[in-house]
Write a protein that binds this ligand. Structure first.
Ligand SMILES: Nc1ncnc2c1ncn2[C@@H]1O[C@H](COP(=O)(O)OP(=O)(O)O)[C@@H](O)[C@H]1O
Ligand SMILES: [Mg+2]
Length: 277
């Protein structure tokens, strides 16, 4: 496993799981997906506790991103089952899954980069009745109220993420780290119950990275949001997750509290036998 420290990241003991009630918000059962002869995911099974911060780790090519794609509906699994909030979402389309408030972050595309930060935020909000109507004068009071709520939430989130001053700047002018924060802030516009993050710290400077992690804890503690994040930095995983799921060669090979997983023989072997990310 990688042992490199995050500069400026103080050692932090794993925090208690907070309001975790033991119930799984997400259950993945024997999921598989192949691309031609490549078995990208090959028997992945795990549960994510409601209100937890759960890390998904594994060597490069283990199938983590493909598994995220299957869970969020962006790719169709070959077999298995995915239960979210008590109902099957396996092979359901992404918008149906998103509507149930499971979200993942997306890179700020070229189109979004050419828009002000605030528009990036409001566009991420679900159903804006005002959008379809032409002039302000014709808008129903309910639509205006909704629009106001969306703006308030957007500004509140920009505040939280330290991006308030950037509200009117084009998203394309943000630094890499600020973009990552905006990606997370956008995802939060839908008031999600489960947030999936694929290597949120990659390319983010340490101080912004710390901010991102702090927000994750705040949102979990304050709003009960559950997080499942892919991360290759073991120091971050050890310090910030309640549970760790380990994948290798498409399969889940271990899961449990971070300190347990770190000492698991199968996990150590999997990392030693692979090119470490
Ligand atoms: N669209 C695809 N077509 C073909 N092979 C793919 C595709 N997506 C992923 N793979 C392969 O599946 C395996 C798992 O990839 P991935 O899910 O990206 O792993 P990880 O995120 O753990 O690094 C790798 O061997 C990768 O090359
Ligand atoms: Mg990946």
């Amino acid at each position: 496993m990688t042992e490199q420290a995050v500069p400026g990241e103080p050692d932090r003991a794993p925090e208690p799981a907070g309001d975790v009630d033991g119930e799984a918000i997400l259950a993945v059962r024997d999921v598989a997906k192949h691309f031609g002869g490549i078995h990208a995911v090959d028997g992945a099974s795990f549960e994510v506790r409601r209100g937890s911060i759960t890390a998904l780790i594994g060597p490069n090519g283990a199938g983590k991103t493909t598994l995220f794609n299957i869970v969020t509906g962006f790719q169709r699994g070959d077999r298995g089952e995915v239960i979210y909030d008590g109902a099957s979402i396996f092979r359901r389309p992404p918008h149906v899954i998103a509507r149930r408030r499971m979200v993942r972050t997306f890179q700020i595309t070229k189109a979004l980069a050419a828009m002000p930060v605030i528009d990036n935020m409001t566009l991420a909000a679900p159903d804006q009745p005002g959008e379809k109507l032409t002039g302000l004068i014709f808008r129903a009071p309910a639509a205006r109220r909704r629009e106001k709520e969306v703006h308030e939430r957007a500004h509140e989130l920009l505040d939280v993420f330290g991006l308030r001053e950037k509200a009117d700047d084009y998203a394309g002018t943000l630094s890499g780290g600020q973009r990552k924060l905006l990606e997370l802030a956008r995802a939060l516009m839908v008031e999600p119950r489960l947030v999936l993050l694929d290597e949120p710290m990659a390319g983010v400077n340490p101080s912004l990275g710390r901010k991102l992690l702090d927000h994750m804890h705040t949102l979990r503690d304050r709003d009960g949001v559950t997080f499942l994040f892919i991360e290759h930095d073991m120091d971050v995983v050890m310090a910030h997750s309640d549970e760790v799921i380990v994948m290798a060669q498409g399969a889940t090979i271990a899961s449990g509290p971070p300190e347990e997983v770190r000492n698991d023989r199968a996990v150590i072997d999997a990392y030693l036998g692979a090119s470490v990310a």
